[in-house]
Design a protein around this ligand. Structure first.
Ligand code: OXD
Ligand code: MN
Length: 624
């Protein structure tokens, strides 16, 4: 193999640095030694949350980040390295039976040497940061699956990790099984020479799921480089949850809703394909007219792990993350005031690829305010170009990258749930799915049958946004919003869902929600959205508690007009009728697409096909 373990520059210095950091776990030390040898990093530094201030100073000094007001920071990524790359993301195992439709499976025996070769000597001259982390509230029953160590040769990535995960040697020093941790190696590579998006693309983002090893080469963008989040928190954890038979790991938000009158709190988790408002929903506040009675609490906006506690038969969810890696675009006082508070002074927030004013240290992104700042002095776009020097043709280009981000810790979120770190997680009352769809999908339809709920998740999708993504009017299916993160075959995934949720004696209610129906003539949104989205959720919880009945339709139960609390909502009566009704013709057309979509998946459980046939038959019965 093209590496020499002894090439690590100074093995004695490496041992001293591990000793000084108090890193005692012998398996972690062995792992660090091995990869220091392969990557040829000049030095090794073990870091944790307590190193944040020092790393910030060093990064500012080196010009890797810039100050963005008091206790806020800003970084640009390389121009061709601004998003997750799904086509370069692979799940590799020893078992060809692990191949699914979406997981881009490859044999581990092929990928491992390839990655080791790419990483060989690729961190020469750099520091390799060793970041032990925990993707769970401390003491969680799922902790054995949550321990990891990321090695990264990029200091800004280390700063992101400190915000997004619980980091420090304490998470690996006293493991019952010292070798049981996820091994994640991130090597940035020579970004200017990786052929991103060309046939000669050299980037590889590989999860070796059966080895619990993640090797990512060729990016320093968060979604590819923060290995605790997506690669471990979703792909690896989904595989672990399936292999152990113990839990589900899903790209889900998680919230609590408290009725201040009764003191009761409900918890809802759910999946939404990207650009369907998941972060806004997770950070939602109660509308003014309901604020005296209800309080919405934030647990997480992107990942939930779900297990059943045999003691009480309830499903419990944790957010394994410690931060929010949110999309900046369109975040403003109306869409998400909570997010704005979470990135205020002294939050330590790290902005990526937004527009930056080098004189005032202000940041801006499209949708932050209706118009960009009028005075262009000092403003640079996300690529670093002065806005004032843009040519006539460049005038319309966005100032911020559409995928520009803010990275902030959960503790900065003003409505963070007081028990967000509770060991057990929180009991789940409802599981919801929702995509951005301009017609057909009503405001909310509730599903009380497990197989129909799972079927609904598997047929989740959002409308194609542009030609490349699909056919107009047809959904781009994104099962459970996990399409980019699926790590094992979809048929087995559906069976695992039925098994895990089926084991709960206290079943959650399922629902499909849609805030995005539009008037076909003038395009206006039929439902005001944002904070008002609490209303259909309250209806759903009342349905679960049998306080309302709703109306049974072929595709679920929808609220009657009277059951929805609409006090203070500005909505036209005809729009309300529309979002509470079922368009049978459009639904019937959709069923054919669903059938083709599900037929791709080998071994889909018969319960799911039966659910599909039940819905189809119910629709046929109403059309007569
Ligand atoms: C994503 C993210 O890419 O959460 O889904 O960043
Ligand atoms: Mn996500």
């Amino acid at each position: 193999m093209a590496y020499d373990v002894n090439a690590a520059p100074d093995l004695a210095a490496l041992e001293t640095s591990l000793d000084d950091a108090g890193l005692k776990n012998p398996s972690v030390r062995e792992y660090v030694r091995y990869w220091a040898g392969i990557t040829g990093a000049e030095r090794v530094e073990v870091i944790g949350a307590s190193d944040n201030a020092r790393l910030i100073s060093e990064s500012l000094e080196a010009g890797e980040i810039l100050p963005a007001g008091q206790g806020r920071y800003y970084a640009r990524s390389y121009v061709k390295d601004t998003a997750r790359s799904e086509e370069r993301t692979i799940v590799a195992t020893a078992n060809p039976g692990d191949k699914g439709v979406y997981n881009n499976w490859r044999p581990a025996s092929e990928m491992r040497p390839l990655l080791e070769k790419l990483m060989s000597g690729a961190s020469a001259g750099k520091t390799m940061y060793v970041i032990p982390y925990l993707m769970a509230p401390p003491g969680s029953p799922l902790e054995p699956y949550a321990v990891g160590v990321e090695l990264t040769d990029h200091r800004t990535v280390a700063l992101h990790m400190i915000r997004m995960a619980r980091c420090g040697v304490e998470h690996v020093n006293n493991l019952a099984e010292p070798s049981r941790f996820v091994r994640g190696v991130h090597v940035t590579g020579d970004l200017a020479n990786l052929g991103q998006g060309t046939p000669a693309d050299k980037r590889y983002f590989v999860t070796f799921a059966d080895e619990r090893t993640i090797l990512h080469f060729g990016s320093s963008y968060g979604g590819n480089a923060l290995l605790g989040k997506i690669a471990h928190g979703l792909r690896q954890a989904a595989y672990d949850g399936w292999a152990s038979g113990e839990f589900l790991a899903e790209q889900f938000m998680l919230i609590g809703i408290t009725d201040k009158q009764s003191g009761r709190t409900w918890h809802i988790c759910g999946g939404f394909p990207s650009a369907s408002g998941k972060t806004n929903l997770a950070m939602m506040l109660a509308p003014d007219s309901l604020g005296d009675r209800y309080h919405v609490e934030f647990y997480g906006d992107d990942i939930a792990w779900l297990r059943v506690d045999p003691k009480d038969g309830k499903i419990y969810a944790i957010n394994p993350e410690f931060g929010v890696f949110g999309v900046a675009k369109d975040t403003n006082e109306e869409t998400n005031p909570t997010a704005l508070r979470s990135v205020g002074p002294d939050t330590g927030v790290l902005f990526t690829n937004v527009a930056y004013n080098e004189l005032t240290q202000d940041v801006w992104w499209e949708g932050r305010t209706p118009e960009p700042p009028a005075d262009l002095t000092g403003w640079r776009d996300w690529t670093g170009q002065l806005i004032s020097e843009r040519s006539a043709e460049e005038q319309d280009k966005p100032w911020a990258h559409p995928n520009s981000r803010f990275t902030t810790s959960l503790t900065n979120v003003p409505n963070i749930a007081p028990d967000f770190e509770v060991r057990t997680g929180v009991p789940i009352d409802a599981i919801i799915f929702g995509g951005r769809t301009r017609d057909r999908e009503p405001l909310v339809r509730a599903i009380t049958d497990l197989a129909e709920g799972v079927y609904d998740g598997l047929t989740l999708g959002a409308e194609a946004t542009f030609a490349a993504e699909g056919v107009d009017g047809q959904l781009r299916y994104d099962p459970m919003s996990m399409r980019p993160f699926m790590s094992y075959p979809e048929g087995a995934y559906a069976a695992h869902w039925l098994k895990i949720i089926g084991a709960a004696s206290d079943q959650p209610i399922f629902a499909h929600v849609n805030w995005f129906q539009r008037d076909p003539d003038d395009g206006h949104f039929l439902w005001p959205g944002y904070r008002e989205n609490l209303r259909p959720l309250l209806w759903l919880l009342r349905l679960r508690d049998r306080e309302v009945q709703g109306v049974q339709t072929p595709v679920g139960i929808v609220p009657t007009k009277d059951e929805l609390d609409l006090d203070g909502v500005d909505i036209r009566p005809e729009d309300l009728d529309k979002i509470l009704s079922i368009d049978t013709d459009r639904w019937t057309a959709e069923m054919a697409h669903r059938e083709a979509h599900l037929a791709q998946f080998d071994g889909l459980p018969e319960e799911i096909w039966a659910a599909h046939r039940r819905v189809a038959a119910a629709l046929a019965a109403t059309t007569g």
